[in-house]
Ligand binder design. Structure first.
Ligand SMILES: Cc1cc2nc3c(=O)[nH]c(=O)nc-3n(C[C@H](O)[C@H](O)[C@H](O)COP(=O)(O)O)c2cc1C
Length: 195
């Protein structure tokens, strides 16, 4: 069956990167909600965004959440090579700009300034959840990717300066995704993904 390219998305960014991968490897990208038996593929490339900030499980906030704890648990993926890509937003939380323009009460009564959303403490956390769920089914996860060139603070998907897969950030580094995909695909070939 060749390699399966599977993803999920809420606002389209993971689909964009799946599109870069599809063009590079000549395989159609399929939404995990429409996917058939994963065990029939010779290898898998799977991608997810992170939406449930700080969550231990169901971090993606997409159809992956049901799939990981449903259909996947009965799939035999022993020895199958699986590579993971993730979409996230590495921006650090920043105090809202207007907070400092208001008159401040005496220091002892000041509240911390309101903080604008930023996900740099949980950058691409869903990749790590995909890894552990697929490994439970016997898969061999390949495609670890250096965290050089990113500006996040923390990620459950990173250890010792290396992500478990390809991290992409269409919010802050959209012009880097295509080049990252090309380099990652070359790496996957060298690590034995049957492409
Ligand atoms: C409410 C909300 C929560 C988010 N939580 C995280 C997060 O915890 N970690 C992260 O890296 N990105 C987080 N993001 C950013 C998205 O993951 C990012 O925009 C991603 O590209 C979305 O992919 P999609 O368009 O495929 O759904 C969050 C975005 C929103 C709006």
């Amino acid at each position: 069956m060749g390699v399966g390219l599977l993803y999920s998305t809420t606002t389209g960014n993971t689909e964009t990167v799946a599109g870069y991968l599809s063009a590079e490897i000549g395989v159609d990208a399929v939404d995990i909600a429409d996917a058939e038996d994963l065990a029939s593929f010779d290898g898998l490339i799977i991608g997810a965004p992170t939406w449930h900030t700080g969550a231990d499980s169901e971090r993606s906030g997409t159809a992956w959440d049901d799939y990981l704890y449903g259909d996947l648990t009965s799939a035999d993926l022993k020895g199958k090579k699986v590579a993971i890509f993730g979409l996230g937003d590495q921006a650090r939380p920043t105090p809202l700009a207007h907070a400092s323009t208001h008159a401040q009460p005496p220091h002892s009564r000041r509240r911390p300034p309101p903080v604008q959303a930023g996900y740099g403490d949980n950058f691409c956390d869903a990749m790590d959840e995909l890894k552990s769920c697929f490994e439970k089914q016997g898969a061999e996860v390949i495609g670890a990717w250096s965290a050089d060139g990113y500006d996040h603070t923390e990620s459950k998907s990173e250890a010792g300066g290396t992500f478990v897969g390809l991290a992409c950030d269409e919010d802050n580094q959209p012009d880097q995704s295509e080049e990252r995909v090309k380099a990652w695909v070359a790496q996957l070939k060298s690590e034995g993904m049957p492409l």
